[in-house]
Design a protein around this ligand. Structure first.
Ligand SMILES: Cc1cc2nc3c(=O)[nH]c(=O)nc-3n(C[C@H](O)[C@H](O)[C@H](O)COP(=O)(O)OP(=O)(O)OC[C@H]3O[C@@H](n4cnc5c(N)ncnc54)[C@H](O)[C@@H]3O)c2cc1C
Length: 197
């Protein structure tokens, strides 16, 4: 099968993107049958933090528990699968991307890189890894982009795009990329708002 979107990285940005994308499926005809896959190798910064200043999130929550909560939240949306694996190569073909992991190969129409700021070891042509000068620590990276776009149908979200190293910035950047993808699909500005029935 060809996934509509493959998201690499299941941290704040990856979940922000995946939850926003998948929440559109039962709300819009243009999103009805879209399929999503998240691939992650369990190295999120969330695993080492404790979060007291994330708006709307229980103060003092351990990042590992925050990850568990986001995984549970994603289970509400069967259109999105989450797999544990390391992506090693991304190739652009005539129509789609081939995403190679240590164990499998997937096809995708759109790829979102939400891989954080520590390193980028995926073999992917046409992508520039730069020193991340937007953060107060040395030896970190971001991926050169123009408003989250690296090249056609290849996006970057979260710390890998150069946003400040705060949970809400990364998560919001993932949601922003999802909305950019909605615009591509629907041909107009689109967001997903749940309202009380
Ligand atoms: C110690 C610490 C404390 C913090 N405290 C706070 C705080 O109090 N408040 C706050 O707002 N923020 C805090 N942060 C920052 C916050 O955790 C980050 O901003 C946020 O996690 C970044 O989200 P991200 O999705 O961009 O990256 P990450 O959450 O790091 O996720 C990137 C994901 O991509 C995966 N990945 C990378 N390469 C591959 C690959 N090739 N294949 C598959 N998967 C891949 C990684 O395994 C990882 O799961 C803290 C960070 C740290 C380190």
């Amino acid at each position: 099968m060809v996934y509509d979107v493959v998201i690499v990285g299941a941290g704040a940005a990856g979940f922000g993107c995946a939850l926003t994308l998948a929440s559109a499926n039962d709300k819009f005809d243009w999103a009805k049958d879209k399929t999503y896959l998240m691939l992650d190798n369990d190295g999120s910064d969330l695993k080492v933090g404790k979060y007291c200043n994330v708006a709307g999130v229980e103060p003092g929550i351990n990042g590992v528990d925050l990850l568990v909560n986001m995984k549970k939240q994603l289970e509400n949306y069967p259109a999105c699968q989450l797999k544990s694996d390391t992506v090693t190569k991304i190739e652009k073909n005539a129509e789609n991307f081939t995403v190679t992991t240590q164990n499998e190969t997937f096809e995708a129409k759109i790829v979102v890189l939400a891989t954080g700021l520590h390193k980028f070891e995926i073999d992917c042509e046409g992508l520039e890894v730069k020193d991340n000068n937007f953060v107060p620590k040395p030896n970190l990276i971001y991926l050169d982009n123009n408003n989250n776009i690296i090249s056609e149908n290849l996006y970057v979200a979260g710390l890998a795009s150069g946003v400040p190293t705060m949970f809400s910035c990364a998560s919001g950047d993932g949601a922003k990329v999802a909305c950019n993808i909605f615009e591509k699909w629907s041909g107009k500005i689109a967001v997903v708002h749940d309202v009380k029935s």
